[in-house]
Design a protein around this ligand. Structure first.
Ligand code: FE2
Ligand code: FE2
Length: 186
């Protein structure tokens, strides 16, 4: 079994544990499998720039977030936001192929169907595919880029409000950073 298929299997099992009881889950899962999510890289050059890198990154964020001992109460929400925070990267990276057809690299696709911002795109895609999120989950996924989010750089103060109201939002951001810079070093 290829690495990306193994990652897909682990990812699907954990997501099922977190969300299979929600209505719309199986349709959502079918949609996710129909996209490039499980074969996509996590980025073009930096972390996880190989087939299946995105699912692997999501699993690293899952381990970082659910491994915290100060999560308040809702472990299934923590698991779900960790696994799905980067759904926005679907269709974002296009494979570059060599003469023999093998993937030699990835390029950033500037022509996605829903260009609405990083965290926003994840939230909208997930809910549009039928998986309803709680307000806490929406807020956490939307603000997972923390201070790197374009809205913050444009002067928005809402991220602080989000982090105060929902500690999970800050914890997801930290887990994303830890996975990227500590677990996925090149
Ligand atoms: Fe992200
Ligand atoms: Fe991420």
């Amino acid at each position: 079994m290829k690495q990306w298929e193994e990652n897909r299997r682990s990812f699907a099992k954990l997501l099922e544990q977190a969300a299979a009881a929600r209505c719309g889950f199986w349709d959502f899962m079918e949609w996710l499998d129909s996209t490039d999510f499980f074969r996509a890289p996590a980025s073009t050059k930096h972390h996880g720039s190989y087939e299946g890198g995105l699912a692997e990154h999501s699993l690293n964020v899952y381990r970082r977030l659910t491994g915290r001992n100060d999560l308040q109460g809702r472990p299934k929400s923590a698991a779900l936001v960790a696994l799905l925070h980067d759904v926005c990267k679907i269709d974002r990276y296009l494979p570059e192929t060599g003469e023999d057809g093998s993937t030699t690299g990835w390029k950033y696709n500037t022509d996605v169907a829903l260009p609405v911002g990083h965290g926003e795109r994840s939230v909208i895609l997930i809910q549009q595919q039928g998986l309803t999120l709680t307000l806490e989950e929406i807020t956490a996924i939307r603000w997972h880029m923390g201070g790197f989010d374009d809205a913050v750089r444009g002067g928005s103060r809402e991220m602080s409000e989000a982090f105060r109201r929902y500690p999970l939002a800050l914890q997801l951001h930290i887990a994303d950073m830890e996975a990227t810079y500590l677990d996925e070093k090149e």
